[in-house]
Design a protein around this ligand. Sequence first.
Ligand code: FES
Length: 85
Amino acid sequence: MTVTVCVGSSCHVKGARDIIARFNDFLTKQGLAEKVELKGTFCMERCGEGINWKIDEEIFSSSSVEEAVEVLRSKVQGLLTEKGT
Ligand code: FES
């Protein structure tokens, strides 16, 4: 799984850097840092829509850092349950 966060100037101003820091923290704490690659990308051409990021090819536009972390948390739930099996 690859998580890509837009670090173009518009998303940067809205908090993309904080999102990356929080995602990194979250993935490390969950023991997923090796399963999930975290990357930055240039402008995804959706600047008007919030902070843009994606999981593989699925795009999300988050209104806040908290919201983005919640979305990531729910999306990686599957990986977390897999781990125990
Ligand atoms: S800067 Fe993020 S979509 Fe344009």
